[in-house]
Design a protein around this ligand. Sequence first.
Ligand code: BES
Ligand code: MN
Ligand code: ZN
Length: 507
Amino acid sequence: MEFSIKSGSPDKQRNACVVVGIFEPRKLSLPAELIDNVSGGYISDILRRGDMEGEVGSTLTLYNVPGTLCDRVLLVGLGKEKEYREAEFCNAMRASIQTLNALDVSEAVFFLTESSIRQRFGPNSIWRIRQGALIATEVSYRFDHYKSNKEKSRKRASRKLEKLTFIVERRNELAAAEAALAQGKAIAEGISFARDLGNQPANVCTPEYLADTAQRMATEFKLNCEILGRHEMEELGMHALLAVAKGSRQEPRFIVLDYQGAESSKAPLVLIGKGVTFDSGGISLKPAAKMDEMKYDMCGAAAVLGTLRAIARLRLPINLVALIPASENLPGGNATRPGDIVTSLSGQSIEILNTDAEGRLLLCDALTYAERLNPGAVIDVATLTGACVVALGRLASGLFANDNALAKELLQAGKSAQDRVWQLPLWEEYGEGLKSNFADMANVGGREGGAITAACFLSQFSRNYPWAHLDIAGTAWKSGTRKSATGRPVALLCHLILQRLKQLEIP
Ligand code: BES
Ligand code: MN
Ligand code: ZN
């Protein structure tokens, strides 16, 4: 989708569709009022008849509105003016894009970003433009690579919208608005990239495919990329990671992708993404229902790559390293057995009581590897536990941290990105279930508090730097008829970085 920024008045737009907001109850936003004035009260007359109250996300399409130059005016409900906040803007934006996609409209001009509707606590136009680009891309996203008749599948989902223009009120806002749009576009691209990777089936998206993808990104953006194979990992001593890969014919990979945007003396932010391209559970085999969804078990890796892509696209002044331990988790004659003991890269031994708790085995070696990069902070992103979905549902990702400042930053970034996280405790006592009779620790505790014991396990490998762990098991994809990867938490991570660089508020 193409985006642009303009200043201008709604009645002067020569266009397929102009989108303006209506507050509840039947109260015109300023752009709607301007159209109402030139049209001799056409809009207020319709509202008076009761066709639209202005509830958030409701829409009404009008044709041939007198005094305007556009084909259509789309009225969008914004809810009560006093309650107009980030979430309401997002709902209204989402509803407009859905409506436009269902119409035969290829371009539209949005007045929802215009600054007169800034309320005291409401989102400013910079935020709305950044988020607007994101939402438009997200709503129009399709994954039809494997449909033989793409036209048909698109038409059913009716995607025709090609060009969106966001309006700012004053010409002196244009520069800041363009900067916000560039951010929104880059983040949106990162999200779509992560969604595509996630939606690929596991027979295509193998550890090698992830490595090739990283390599291609390195070429495109001139990044450093190093790929370790089984042999190199053996030499280093990554036996926890290797234990996961043993049952599969697919070779594991350890991907190191390095973006240098700041002086090399600056400590990098390290992002680790769980890259299990298919998780059958291994010898501790999972039940059959929904097992196909375990192709999404590499969504942490996808999000980390998507984030790096957005940051590299924006050329942000930061050093960022992505680490991706990639493997398949399958049963087989050579697979790891419950009870097997391995020595991790850290030197700590692990009794693998359940081969389905494989994510932490991959991640622990990556966490140890991260030490050699002298990181300023490390954040791992993983579809780690079903227990996290039970605890938090599908709204928030689970957040764990050994550093309060980092946890606070993530909570804040999640709010501004509308990609929220919620913190769970990382108290030592929760780790007691991980005791093993035979090794330094076991890879599973009891059933209770499963998301927390998993995080406790990881904390044994991340003592030497500020660290946070995001459990995205409930947020990385949607199930059911609208099954698809979400691209979360790319937006959160990008916002965290922009926030650190003080580039979220553009002067
Ligand atoms: N990838 C799964 C976690 C998962 C399950 C994410 C379902 C989303 C939906 C992970 O590798 C796993 O299997 N975890 C086990 C851990 C258990 C064996 C301690 C789980 O959550 O059941
Ligand atoms: Mn598993
Ligand atoms: Zn898994």
